[in-house]
Design a protein around this ligand. Structure first.
Ligand code: G6P
Length: 475
């Protein structure tokens, strides 16, 4: 059966766990991309093509002929999971997507030692090509004549051009959920790799980005590295006789769905527990995956500096920091997790008393507890080094009646939320410490007014609208 609208992404809307007795349990996939798209995918008749990420997923994929699953929980939605050989998957996902393309676009390299592109990288790159090829092939098989295919993110930069070769009749969109690096930094990549990534995306009819800043950086890279003809005002890139439109589509939150989820009994129970733990102290909240770009260590350093500068707040404030596990296959992430824990311990050692715990670090996944934290937050700290959008900055004001937002100017969300946030340079620890203080002493009425405007901005572009805009752009 062929589909008229297809989504392709590395991580799918659900994942499967295989228990010892061979039973499969299904659960919702994680991450910003998946939460955004899942909402729009529900009740649609789209086909979602994703990779099998675990043994559970692989078993589920093998159970279904051709790897296609009828998935409970998505009324008419359908899913095809690709069973890519684990070694190929590992090199494509961990080595190229997460350790190379993610690092480049988030400016994460410590350049005196990293990156180094050697023969090992060439093997990894070949796997990335193979992985992209598997997606292009599956999409080519599944797409109806003239179908619209929406390919997501840095895992799948080559798939648009590959699919175009197989199926010149389909309309292809690519969307980047991350920032895009300026050409001086993007050209750390080997020349042929940089060119292949850019021309891979240019295989699409429409290349989408979350903000105009990331779209402009992409166009700059196309001009500088490919020598493509770029019309910045008209947002088009012409390369090898084809023109790709570049679009900017911000992504917001479905406020009603989030509020409904946050009103459920498991969240209420965690609110009661949190209130007991924190008492009537003011609450500074952060919620992140333990991801290098999220800048958790500098956030903790800023809190420590704030405590050092403002003894009058000792005993009156608690920092509730959620640092959920992420990408533990990568040594950099394991080291970063350890650095977060070390910094947290230093704060505890320096300031904790019998009666007062200045910092509560949550390192285990507990989604309802993070929703409870949003509802109780006085201050929300979102200080990434760089971020495509950052949905935490949008979810907080939707659930909290009165939280002040301390926001990195390098997050895409700053474009939409900057006017009512306290913007910080994410590298400036002292500046962030001062912003935390300013947020805590902000008058109640100002805090509520700003929060109401943030809430309006955060819900202006719900995922369904974002998806509809993308589809319209392909028409
Ligand atoms: C975040 C980013 C997305 C990305 C996802 C991948 O949500 O915003 O751009 O696709 O991470 O996360 P994963 O856990 O699948 O590596």
């Amino acid at each position: 059966m062929s589909s008229n609208v297809l989504i392709a992404s590395n991580r799918g809307p659900v994942s499967f766990t295989l228990s010892d007795d061979g039973a499969l349990t299904m659960r919702r996939g994680g991450g910003g991309l998946v939460s955004g798209l899942s909402e729009a995918f529900k009740d649609s008749d789209m086909l979602w093509v994703c990779a099998a990420l675990s043994d559970g997923d692989r078993s589920a994929a093998r159970l279904a002929p051709g790897g296609r699953l009828d998935q409970a929980g998505y009324d008419t939605g359908r899913l095809r999971m690709l069973d890519i050989p684990p070694a190929t998957f590992h090199r494509a996902y961990n080595a190229v997507a997460n350790s190379t393309l993610w690092f480049v676009n988030h400016l994460l390299y410590n350049t005196p030692t990293m990156p180094h592109f050697d023969t090992r990288f060439r093997r990894e790159w070949a796997s990335y090509q193979e992985y992209n090829g598997a997606f292009a092939l599956a999409l080519a098989e599944e797409a109806a004549h003239g179908a619209k295919v929406m390919i997501q993110d840095y895992h799948l930069t080559l798939a648009p051009a590959m699919l175009r070769v197989e199926r010149p009749d389909v309309r292809i969109a690519h969307f980047s959920h991350t920032p895009w690096a300026p050409p001086e930094y993007f050209s750390l990549l080997p020349d042929d790799v940089a060119a292949e990534v850019l021309s891979g995306i240019l295989g699409a009819d429409h290349a989408g980005f979350l903000t105009s800043r990331w779209a402009a950086a992409f166009m700059d890279c196309c001009a500088a590295i490919l020598g493509a003809r770029v019309d910045r005002a008209g947002r088009t890139v012409t390369y090898e006789g084809r023109t790709t439109r570049v679009g900017v589509h911000g992504l917001g939150v479905d406020g009603d769905a989030l509020r409904a989820r946050a009103a459920e009994p498991d969240v209420e129970a965690r609110m009661t527990a949190l209130k007991e733990q924190v008492g009537d102290r003011r609450l500074i909240v952060r919620i992140d995956r333990t991801e290098l770009s999220k800048n958790i260590v500098r956030g903790l350093m800023a809190y420590r500096e704030f405590l050092a500068d403002h003894p009058e707040w000792h005993g009156r404030v608690v920092h509730l920091a959620f640092a959920y596990p992420s990408r533990h296959d990568l040594p950099e992430y394991r080291e970063y997790t350890a650095a977060v824990q070390r910094c947290a311990k230093e704060i505890e050692d320096a300031y904790a008393t019998e009666e007062w715990d200045p910092l509560i670090l949550n390192v285990h996944d507990d989604y309802p507890r993070s929703l409870a934290a949003y509802r109780l937050a006085d201050v929300l700290l979102v200080n990434p080094i760089r971020d495509g959008m950052n949905l935490v900055a949008k979810e907080g004001p939707i659930l909290s009646p009165r939280c002040a937002l301390v926001l990195s100017r390098e997050a895409g969300a700053a474009t939409e939320l900057g006017a009512d946030s306290l913007l910080v340079n994410p590298f400036d620890v002292s500046g962030t410490a001062a912003a935390l203080h300013e947020a805590l002493i902000m008058p109640e009425d100002e805090r509520a007014e700003r929060c109401a405007r943030l809430r309006a901005a955060a819900t202006a572009l719900p995922p369904r609208r974002w998806l509809a805009e993308q589809l319209a752009a392909l028409s």
